[in-house]
Design a protein around this ligand. Structure first.
Ligand SMILES: Nc1ncnc2c1ncn2[C@@H]1O[C@H](COP(=O)(O)OP(=O)(O)OP(=O)(O)O)[C@@H](O)[C@H]1O
Ligand SMILES: [Mg+2]
Length: 458
């Protein structure tokens, strides 16, 4: 907007032609580009097109008055500076308009230098805002470029990333579902990093961590005296996250009362602070997450259906790690490298046995459990190789090790070997008995019988 910063355009609105003409001449001679509108209605027409840098409007006009012009300008651009010109009689309404966010008002009759001083300040304000916005966009662009997608080559995981990337630049509410530790927060951050809001905050709140009253005061803010301990007004986290994204984690843990209030947030994009009566607008993009089955929660009357529909605009389901077993070693490698970078050492390697054990394990705690196992192994394995022994007991006992293990028994009975082999195949098939029976070449009912016997002897 180099041209406009040199000669800022000013929409001049008045219902008196004489004043319009005087102002037009004055502004033009002082380096502005005036656009004159005769009356409020004409001003609305101008505002429907290309926006000026500043609006200078009379307040008292028939049909459409200055306050309406102000409001129309705000709808187009909340940061557009508006200067209201007022006679003594309408000072009151001008004051109210200023409270509602007008840039300034000037009382008629005024001296030219008074008006020009205000106009110059408005132009400066406008330019700062524009530069600020450009800066933010630039930061967002750079953040976007450096946003690393969460690790995973598995097809299901790639689908998750594709959805996340598609929805990121929109303002849509996103609901992330999946078991604990599957990466819901990681994906939420990825969506934020790819959005236009990337240069602003990513606010997270764990809805399950706070009791109802405290959670509401945290989220929506409160006014002084609304409860014991509310010694002054407090801005809520929704307000604090203006311009950024808001991650509502564990949304399934909220109480019905809080759910009603969250519904308002999603429907009207506003909050009512605890103890206040007037709603306040918020400007944040909402991403929610839960490891509960919300539809089942609705069935049981624990979750509001209307809130679910508002949240579920874009739903992304994250697969458990056992369904993306092809990513296990990729993730393990990623965590080993990350730890090495943090410690400034060469990354350790997984021994074949360790890798096998990890690949075969079902990881009920998903990526978080894998991450913890690697961290533990890094500490336990002194050399350059992470041996299976450095892995947690549970990873090893359910791994395909049985055959090797049984070999250490000098003369294993056929039954012992069979048992070990059956459990190993079951593990390979992620506990699916039908597929295990198929792989073993036996009838499912035979497998059931054998399992019942082994499980009794285990
Ligand atoms: N694809 C991934 N790439 C890299 N790290 C990951 C990935 N997925 C998860 N992680 C890591 O695993 C851990 C768990 O992820 P996250 O906290 O996002 O899971 P979650 O689904 O929010 O779990 P919970 O429901 O328990 O809160 C984090 O430390 C995260 O950094
Ligand atoms: Mg989480």
């Amino acid at each position: 907007m180099s041209d406009t910063t040199v000669r800022p355009t000013v929409l001049v609105v008045d219902d008196e032609s004489g004043i319009l003409q005087t102002l037009e001449i004055l502004l033009r001679s002082e380096g502005f580009t005036p656009v004159c509108a005769h009356g409020g209605r004409a001003a609305l027409d101008v505002l429907a097109g290309a926006l000026p840098d500043i609006v200078l409007t009379d307040i008292r006009m028939p049909v459409v008055d200055g306050v309406q012009v102000l409001e129309a300008a705000r709808v187009r651009d909340p940061e557009l500076p508006v200067i209201l010109m007022t006679a003594q009689a309408s000072l009151q309404s001008a004051m109210q308009a200023v409270n509602a966010g007008a840039f300034y008002y000037i009382q008629k009759p005024f001296r030219n230098d008074e008006l020009l001083a205000i106009l110059r300040r408005a132009a400066e304000h406008r330019q700062l805002r524009t530069e600020n916005r450009h800066l933010k966009q630039e930061i967002a662009r750079q953040t976007r470029r450096s946003a690393e997608p969460p690790i995973g080559a598995n097809r299901g995981w790639q689908e998750v990333l594709r959805l996340a990337e598609a929805v990121a630049p929109t303002e849509s509410t996103v609901l992330l579902t999946g078991e604990s530790g599957t990466g819901k927060e990681v994906v939420a951050r990825y969506i934020h990093a790819l959005s236009d809001r990337a240069s602003s905050t990513f606010q997270t709140v764990n809805c399950g961590a706070l009791p109802e009253g405290l959670l509401e005061s945290e989220l929506f803010g409160h006014v002084k005296g609304s409860f014991t301990g509310a010694v002054k007004d407090a801005e809520g986290l929704f307000a604090a996250a203006a311009g950024g994204s808001f991650f509502l984690d564990e949304i399934g843990e909220t109480t019905p009362a809080t759910q009603v209030k969250l519904l308002r947030v999603l429907q009207h994009r506003e909050v009512i602070p605890v103890g206040a009566t007037e709603p306040r607008p918020i400007d944040t993009r909402i991403v929610a997450a839960t490891n509960r089955d919300l539809e089942a929660e609705i069935q049981q009357g624990r979750f509001r259906q209307d809130l679910f529909y508002r949240l579920n605009v874009i739903a992304i389901h994250l697969p458990p790690l056992r369904e993306r077993a092809d990513d296990i070693l990729l993730l393990a490698d990623h965590f080993l490298r990350r730890a090495a970078v943090q410690k400034g050492v060469a990354p350790k390697l997984l021994s074949d046995a360790a890798a096998e054990a990890m690949r075969a394990y079902a990881w009920p705690g998903n990526v978080r459990e894998l991450e913890n196992a690697i961290e533990r192994a890094m500490i336990l394995a002194p050399g350059p190789v992470v041996e299976a022994a450095a892995l947690p007991e549970r990873v090893l006992t359910r791994a395909p090790a049985p055959l090797a293990e049984e070999r250490t028994i000098r003369n294993p009975t056929l039954e012992l070997v069979e048992r070990a082999y059956i459990f190993w195949v079951l593990q390979q098939e992620q506990g699916n008995k039908t597929r295990a029976a198929e792989a073993l070449g036996i009838d499912p009912s035979t497998l059931h019988r054998k399992l019942a016997r082994y499980e009794g002897t285990k």
